[in-house]
Design a binder for this molecule. Structure first.
Ligand code: GRF
Length: 188
C-alpha cells in the first residue's frame, strides 16, 4: 500500500509538484495526503488546491511556535500522514517536533552535503571555485541540514555561472532526485 506523505512548503513548491507528478505514476510507493504551508499565499499551495490535493495553511505570525507546530502536527495526523517531505519549507522545525516525527522527515537541500549547510549554497559553491554543485536528500534531525544523506545528484559548474544560473540547473536535478530517493527510502 502506498504510504501517505505530507509535504511542507513555503513558496513556489516546484519540488512538491515533482513529487506529485511522480505520485500519479502507477506503482509509486507514496501518495500525497496533505500539502501544508506556513505561507497562506504560497504559489505552490494554490497549485496543490487546483490539482486536487488536500491543503492546510497557517501563518505562525503572532503565535507561540509550539502552538503553530501543534496545529501543523494535528493537520498532518488527521490527514493520516506517515512521513513528511520538506520541500522549500523555510522555517526551522523545533527539536520537539523533530522528536515527535523522528526518522520520518526528509528534506531536499541544494548542495552536496555536508558542504554548504544553510542558505546561499550556490553563491558559496561558486565563491569556493567548486567544479561541481548539486543537491541532497537527507533525513531531518535536530542539526540543521545534518541528518543522514539518502541520495545526491551532481551538476557541473559551468564557465560564466551565476548563483541564479546554477540554481536553475540544480533545481532541475532536484526534481529528478527527490521523487526517486523518497520512493527508495519509503520502500526500504
Ligand atoms: C529548493 O532549491 C530546495 O532545495 C530548497 O528550497 C528550494 C525550494 O524550491 N530547500 P521549490 O519551492 O521546491 O520550488
Amino acid at each position: 500500500m502506498a504510504k501517505s506523505i505530507g509535504v511542507l512548503i513555503s513558496g513556489r513548491g516546484s519540488n512538491m509538484m515533482a513529487l506529485a507528478e511522480a505520485a500519479r505514476q502507477p506503482g509509486c510507493p507514496y501518495r500525497i495526503a496533505l500539502v501544508a504551508s506556513d505561507k497562506p499565499e504560497a504559489p505552490g499551495l494554490a497549485w496543490a488546491q487546483h490539482n486536487g490535493l488536500a491543503t492546510f495553511a497557517l501563518s505562525p505570525r503572532g503565535m507561540p511556535k509550539a502552538d503553530y507546530e501543534a496545529a501543523i502536527d494535528v493537520a498532518l495526523r488527521n490527514a493520516g500522514v506517515e512521513a513528511i517531505a520538506l520541500a522549500g519549507y523555510m522555517r526551522l522545525l523545533s527539536d520537539e517536533f523533530v522528536a515527535r516525527w523522528r526518522g520520518q522527515i526528509v528534506n531536499i537541500h541544494p548542495s552536496l552535503l555536508p558542504l554548504y549547510k544553510g542558505l546561499d549554497t550556490h553563491a558559496r559553491a561558486l565563491a569556493a571555485g567548486d567544479a561541481e554543485a548539486g543537491c541532497s536528500v537527507h533525513l531531518v534531525t535536530e542539526e540543521l541540514d545534518g541528518g543522514e544523506v539518502l541520495g545526491q545528484a551532481r551538476v557541473p559548474v559551468l564557465a560564466g555561472d551565476t548563483p541564479d544560473l546554477l540554481a536553475t540547473r540544480v533545481l532541475a536535478a532536484e526534481h529528478q532526485l527527490y521523487p526517486r530517493v523518497l520512493s527508495e527510502w519509503l520502500s526500504r
